[in-house]
Design a binder for this molecule. Sequence first.
Ligand code: PBG
Length: 325
Amino acid sequence: MYFPAYRPRRLRKNENFRRMIRETRLTVDGLVLPLFITAEKEFKKPIASMPGHFQLSITYAVEEARAARDLGIPAVLLFGIPARKDETGTDAYSDDGVIQRAVREIKEAVPEILVVTDLCFCEYTDHGHCGILTEEGVDNDATLEIIAEAAVVQARAGSDIIAPSGMMDGAVGAIREALDEEGFDATPIMSYSAKYASCFYGPFRDAAESAPRSGDRKSYQMDPANSDEAMREITLDVEEGADIIMVKPALPYLDIVRRAREEFDLPLAAYNVSGEYAMIKAAANLGWIDGERAMLEALTSIKRAGADIIITYFAKDAAKLLAGR
Ligand code: PBG
């Protein structure tokens, strides 16, 4: 009778065995907390589809950054909701735009935390698309000019990392060149390299008030069916000077995270997006799953797939749980 010589259960007998041979360890070190910042004053409004998250005025955002720092979270990622939207999203590249003001205040009050600025126009344009809109759609090269401007304005405000998320061709190169020309050669770029046209951004678009008025983003964000194309997108960003590459969303795209890990040696971020957060929160609130365990399992899986950095709305909850161990 055949009997296996190797019995994997030998090393699963108790927690001491299990922790000794554990391959992946989730730590607070790679977590990034996203914040939604409005130009309103004294404002803190819950986001219905993202329990535990709020639209925050700058003063409250400073508080959140401080709380994140106290939990050992290394970075926050800022999204702006401007007072006024217009055709080209002017607030995104004005020195006194909401995000620029927020960066200055956070860096002044909590200098120890890294501030990452999302660079896109969908929250700032009245049409809700990620760039300059023409009859034929978003004009890539016209958008590159305001992307470059916004990057310099963010860097001047004190942003530690510029994170272009609009999926315009050539964005990383345009930003790198503009930053270097203005003396910001030490400011890194974290590029949303492989960003898919995903329904999992739904809650975010409520939070950031950034849903497109008409049409969708399929002419610039990627087709969820494609994997080879993601590698081409990442290759371009690497060639253009990206310092950190990103795959987004995370959980439905763990194969892409793993492939990016194997094919590229730059630091890799994965964005555990709003819909991924909302699903776990909703099921947990209904008593259908254990929310804490689901969170840790999901984050550990993203890390196991190969991400160094995880951008997640769970950052504070996870940091608290990890500290309690
Ligand atoms: C801006 C941007 C989006 C997200 C991050 N940056 C929305 C979009 O592309 O529609 C989504 C993040 C999330 O869902 O948590 N372009």
